[in-house]
Design a protein around this ligand. Structure first.
Ligand code: UD1
Length: 365
């Protein structure tokens, strides 16, 4: 049983669903959507583009405070789990739906696998950090994207037997979809040219829910936009905050949230990405696009040590200085990151099948 809830989940589940579909006679798969995200552009468009089947169960929990949302997912998920009693529940990432479903699963003594385990920002004021820490403590199998995630888990006392370094499932989806994304006309349709614009996404409460912080960031973006196009697909949370701020977009091009393929196409052709997302730090590293992450910590340090990412404070001048540094520094190509190779989901499928005595031929360890 796979669980998805929010936008960053779909591209992590899609490759695993596809990998396990190759064992139709052995594996029955059930897809649960909690409904944490529900707008077409935050959910359905990804199902359509990533060739995912419609969810077998849609819990329709919607938005709310953290307690409301988490509790609603738990209440709605429990009867589904009691009725279907899967051999494994697979949760991905670090959103509220991840932790809510993990908790229900553990309380019913059903087996839980966590994909993208072991990431730590060391910042417990982030809701995602709490979701990661707790999910990892109760998971029976932990699939990690990078070696430092294994170390984090070992330090927290997780048994090595549970930990499997498999690589990055989100990069599986990127590798598969990139040729299709490159055929999309979105860059030209927006009147943009390759390597001549900055792509922005912001949605972290720490950046967008504090008016002074959002004002600082928007001031920097506006200044950047006087020299080069700045295109900003706006998350619903951010849209709300910008409206409340009552501040116009200035020179920044605010657009609706994009589907997977258009966003990937825009990222692939950008000169620079400026974001507070987790996944975009990894995707830009894979694509070799410079990335400025407007946060004081990252749970994905490998994108800094081996990738194109750098952290920047959410201050106007800090952002402008960092942009200038990126413009001056032209790095050559970097070696690929270990196991970010498009085959992470196959490795996960292999481990899951091995739990049941299946030994899929032709799969590498
Ligand atoms: C959630 C995740 C975050 C992830 C992000 C990706 C948690 C704690 N946070 O944050 O880790 O990076 O998703 O997008 O799980 N809204 C809509 N339509 C939607 C969904 C949300 O309008 O389809 C609006 C609502 O006003 C809602 C707000 O966005 O209250 C926030 O949504 P929520 O799911 O609580 O958190 P995100 O900020 O999306």
């Amino acid at each position: 049983m796979h669980v998805v809830g929010a936008r960053p989940n779909y591209m992590k589940v899609a490759p695993l669903f596809a990998a396990l579909s190759r064992w139709k006679n052995t594996v029955e798969q059930v897809l649960v959507h909690t409904g944490q995200h529900y707008d077409y552009q935050m959910s359905q468009v990804f199902f359509d583009e990533l060739d995912m089947p419609d969810p077998d169960e849609y819990l329709g929990v919607g938005s709310g405070t953290h307690a409301e949302q988490t509790a609603r997912v738990m209440l709605a998920f429990e009867p589904v789990l009691m009725q279907r009693r899967p051999d494994w529940v697979v949760v991905v990432g670090d959103v509220n739906s991840t932790l809510a479903c993990a908790l229900v699963c553990a309380k019913l003594n059903l087996r839980l696998a966590h994909v993208e385990a072991g990431l730590r920002s060391w910042d417990r004021s982030m809701p995602e950090e709490i979701n990661r820490l707790l999910t990892d403590q109760i998971a029976d199998l932990l699939f990690t994207p990078s070696p430092e995630a294994d170390l984090n888990l070992l330090r927290e006392g997780v048994s090595p037997a549970k930990i499997h370094f498999v690589g990055n499932v989100m990069i599986d989806t990127l590798v598969k979809m990139l040729p299709k994304a490159r055929l999309r006309p979105v860059v030209a349709n927006l009147g943009l040219h390759r390597a001549s614009y900055t792509l922005v996404t912001l949605h972290r409460p720490s950046n967008v829910d504090v008016p002074e912080t959002l004002t600082e960031i928007m001031a920097a973006l506006n200044e950047m936009a006087s020299r080069q196009a700045v295109v900003f697909p706006v998350h619903p949370r951010t849209r709300l905050q910008l409206e409340q701020l009552g501040q116009g977009a200035g020179r920044v091009r605010l657009i609706e949230p994009l589907g997977y393929l258009d966003f990937l196409a825009l990222m692939d052709s950008a000169a620079l990405a400026l974001t507070d997302s987790g996944g975009i730090q990894e995707e830009t590293t894979f694509l070799g696009i410079p990335c400025l992450t407007v946060r004081s910590t990252t749970e994905r340090p490998i994108t800094i040590t081996q990738g194109t990412n750098r952290l920047v404070a959410s201050k106007r001048q800090a952002i402008l200085d960092a942009v200038e540094l990126v413009e001056q520094r032209k790095d050559g190509p970097r070696p690929p990151i270990e196991l970010w190779d498009g085959h992470a989901a196959e490795r996960i499928a292999q481990v899951l099948l091995a739990q049941h005595g299946e030994n899929p031929a032709g799969m590498n360890d």
